[in-house]
Design a protein around this ligand. Structure first.
Ligand SMILES: *[C@@H]1O[C@H](CO)[C@@H](O)[C@H](O)[C@H]1NC(C)=O
Length: 229
């Protein structure tokens, strides 16, 4: 970012609840979303079940051809499961992708679901583009140019700095959420590969809120965005 002030710090805020109803709001400062936690029978299905197995709509009366809750506006879009279109991801092997947010609608980043099948492999983002991946189903292996291997399970994530050669590979089916963004670097600040899982991050104080909040990336200047979970 050009400015150092925290108010212009771009922040992505993403949360997936048992209902996977993610309400997105684009503010001047960035993109954020808040969950609705309604009568969760959360224990009967795997975590993020609704992300990988979306139903058409909460009310079957609305499951009519052409019905969608997706919203496309000048400054934001909210693409709901019934509007997701999966097609092969270019440069990836055996992987289908569905774009949820793209620069075409004016955002500064892309967000897509990558459904990796058996023996699949990721492609690289364009040059100078940083990548953040989050595993919502299955598991994947991250290998970087130095040959370091990390196993990523559900709730694990990785930040890959721009131009860091890496692959994400799976033997069996896995689903990732991927964010990619053209890095806006500052001189003398560089980002590094980060691998973590949400449960290892400290809970931040959010008095009066029903959600739990964690920052998944450092807040130092080098990182030009953050992911809140
Ligand atoms: C590859 O991953 C290892 C361990 O996660 C990390 O220490 C190393 O810096 C990474 N390589 C590059 C070129 O970033």
């Amino acid at each position: 970012m050009q400015s150092f002030s925290t108010s212009s710090y771009l922040s992505f805020f993403f949360l997936f609840t048992t209902l996977s109803f993610v309400k997105t709001v684009l503010t001047q400062d960035g993109f954020c979303s808040a969950p609705l936690r309604i009568g969760a029978d959360s224990n009967s299905q795997p975590l993020y079940w609704k992300v990988t197995n979306p139903t058409l709509s909460p009310s079957h009366l609305q499951d009519l051809p052409g019905f969608t809750r997706s919203v496309y506006k000048k400054d934001h879009a909210f693409i709901t499961p019934e509007s997701q279109v999966f097609s092969p991801l270019p440069d990836w092997t055996n992987t289908l992708g569905a774009y949820l947010i793209t620069p075409a609608i004016g955002s500064h980043f892309v967000m897509y679901l990558a459904k990796m099948q058996e023996n699949s492999k990721s492609g690289l983002p364009p040059s100078d583009v940083e990548r953040f991946i989050f595993v919502v189903q299955g598991s994947a292996v991250l290998i970087n140019i130095s040959g370091n291997v990390h196993k990523l399970k559900v709730d694990s994530y990785a930040y890959l700095p721009p131009n860091l050669d890496h692959t994400v590979e799976t033997d069996a089916a896995a689903t990732l959420i991927v964010f990619e963004r053209r890095y806006s670097g500052l001189e003398n600040h560089v980002t590094e590969q980060i691998v973590g899982s949400t449960d290892k991050q400290t809970l931040l104080e959010t008095p009066g809120e029903i959600f739990e909040l964690r920052k998944l990336l450092p807040t130092s200047l080098a990182y030009d965005f953050n992911i809140h979970s």
